[in-house]
Design a protein around this ligand. Structure first.
Ligand SMILES: Cc1cc2nc3c(=O)[nH]c(=O)nc-3n(C[C@H](O)[C@H](O)[C@H](O)COP(=O)(O)OP(=O)(O)OC[C@H]3O[C@@H](n4cnc5c(N)ncnc54)[C@H](O)[C@@H]3O)c2cc1C
Length: 437
């Protein structure tokens, strides 16, 4: 079997890449090992840059239809009071609206729905799109991809092979890249529960020792993420569901009823955060995208977004190669040139956000609370934070910024103009530089 591009793995990254390539007349074959929907939670927050990409792919209407808009993230520090409503110590509201873009919000979309929409988009270009479900990519033999589907082995010959298999990637193994994993002192429990209709804002609730992230989904549901110490899962489970009911109820009384819908630990997923970033994204005619190349701490909600953003840049590049008659492998460096520094930057940002919530003592809570509040009080910090996590641009934090955030310098009174921000939004030339050279 022959194709222009072979993609191993039909997660969000592989599917976004396949849909883009097929829409541009590039023959693509995608092998996904699963036959049906995965029951595993894999993230739902689509950042503004991803929404821009999905719009260009022509799927934004469907995505918005099954999404819940998040225009703001609330950070609430409280004092937990057993058996009573908590006492609020501080509330900071960070706004996507501070980003000078029409994409001024994030969207919470169930992961499998995003995948289904991308898969269906690809199918619209049936001449170019070949989706193999229940097909496991086993590795390379004689320069071809070896795929097993229904006990039969097929060899697929392509001009370029893309590894989008997620954390365990045979393509990455074949590229012989270096992967250094970093672990954290905490894990998360995550579960979706019902929410009151007016509970619509994203919210992170913290005390000196607790963390509960709440991200509303459509249909009056909310994704909850509860931090526990690394290795504590078994102990927490032994305490019974009552432990969760009480913790959620005391941290967010509005969810005291919803949390009781959890009837079985099986619906509660353990999430173990870790990170890595490979040293190169391509080798010869092989390239990797998404979690195959990098895994990010989930605190800033970036993993899925980085995969789709990789797919966008690589997809545009491969489509351009085909249109211009350029060899795919000789141009893969552009993909790494654009994506690797951006991913490094967001990995670092997510890592810092993780550290902010990693230590359980009162003094740390006070420092954190002040630092988060200062992001709001100083407009430049506010704009930088939201712009950076949105993926729409990059505006580095300076030492001066960090000194303001750490209360060593006073906050700036001046508002950042949209015009000033424009300089830091990624231009088409920065996203797709090969077109301009
Ligand atoms: C528990 C958990 C929670 C997460 N929470 C968040 C979050 O809140 N926000 C966020 O943005 N990100 C989150 N992420 C990260 C996010 O899920 C990933 O970054 C994103 O899914 C990466 O997309 P991907 O396409 O690269 O890989 P994946 O989504 O992992 O997709 C890889 C696909 O390849 C298939 N595959 C694997 N091996 C093979 C093979 N040999 N042959 C054929 N197919 C294969 C798999 O079945 C899968 O469908 C989370 C991840 C996990 C694991």
């Amino acid at each position: 079997m022959k194709t222009d591009v072979f993609i191993a793995g039909g997660g969000v990254g592989g599917l976004a890449l396949a849909a883009k390539l097929a829409s541009r007349g590039v023959h693509v074959t995608i092998a996904e090992q699963l036959k049906r929907e995965s029951p595993v939670y894999k993230g739902e927050l689509l950042q503004p840059k991803t929404l821009a990409i999905l719009e260009r792919l022509g799927v934004i209407d469907e995505i918005e239809e099954c999404g819940h808009v998040l225009d703001q993230l609330r950070f609430q520090e409280i004092k937990r009071r057993p058996g009573q409503a908590p006492e609020e110590i501080n509330l900071t509201e960070l706004d996507y609206g501070r980003v000078a873009s029409v994409y001024d919000h994030a969207l919470m979309v169930p992961h499998e729905q995003t995948k289904a929409i991308l898969r269906n988009k690809g199918k619209e270009y049936e001449e170019y799109y070949h989706y193999l479900g229940g097909a496991r990519f086993l590795g390379f033999e004689n320069g071809m991809a070896k795929v097993k589907q229904n006990k039969e082995v097929t060899y697929i010959e392509a001009q370029v092979y893309i590894g989008a298999e997620g954390r365990s990637s045979p393509t990455r193994d074949a590229m012989n890249v270096h992967v250094k994993r970093k672990d954290y002192n905490h894990h998360f429990l995550t579960v979706t529960i019902p929410r009151p209709e007016d509970f619509t804002k994203g919210k992170v609730i913290t005390t000196s020792s607790c963390f509960l992230g709440l991200f509303p989904l459509p249909d009056n549901e909310v994704r909850t993420v509860f931090l526990i110490k690394a290795g504590e899962y078994k102990n927490v489970k032994e305490k019974g569901l009552e432990y969760l009911y009480q913790a959620y109820g005391e941290l967010e009384p509005e969810l005291a009823e919803g949390v009781r819908s959890i009837k079985d630990w099986k619906t509660v997923q353990l999430m173990i955060p870790f990170t890595y970033h490979v040293d190169h994204y391509y080798s010869g005619n092989l390239a990797i995208i998404g979690d195959a190349a990098h895994t990010v701490h989930p605190m800033a909600g970036e993993g899925m977004n980085l995969a789709i953003q990789d797919a966008d840049v690589l997809g545009e590049l491969l489509a351009w190669c085909k249109e211009e008659g350029k060899p795919f492998d000789e141009n893969l460096h552009y993909y790494e040139d654009v994506r690797k520094p951006r991913v490094s930057f967001l990995l670092q940002l997510s890592h810092l956000s993780a550290l902010v919530y990693s230590f359980r003592f009162e003094l740390w809570r006070q420092i954190r609370s002040r630092a988060v509040q200062r992001i709001y009080d100083d407009d430049q910090l506010h704009v930088k934070q939201m712009l950076n996590i949105s993926g729409l641009g990059r505006w580095d934090f300076s030492l001066f910024d960090r000194a303001i955030q750490g209360s060593m310098l006073p906050t700036r009174k001046k508002k950042v103009t949209d015009r000033k921000q424009q300089k830091y939004l990624f231009s088409e030339e920065e996203d797709y530089p090969w077109r301009y050279e």
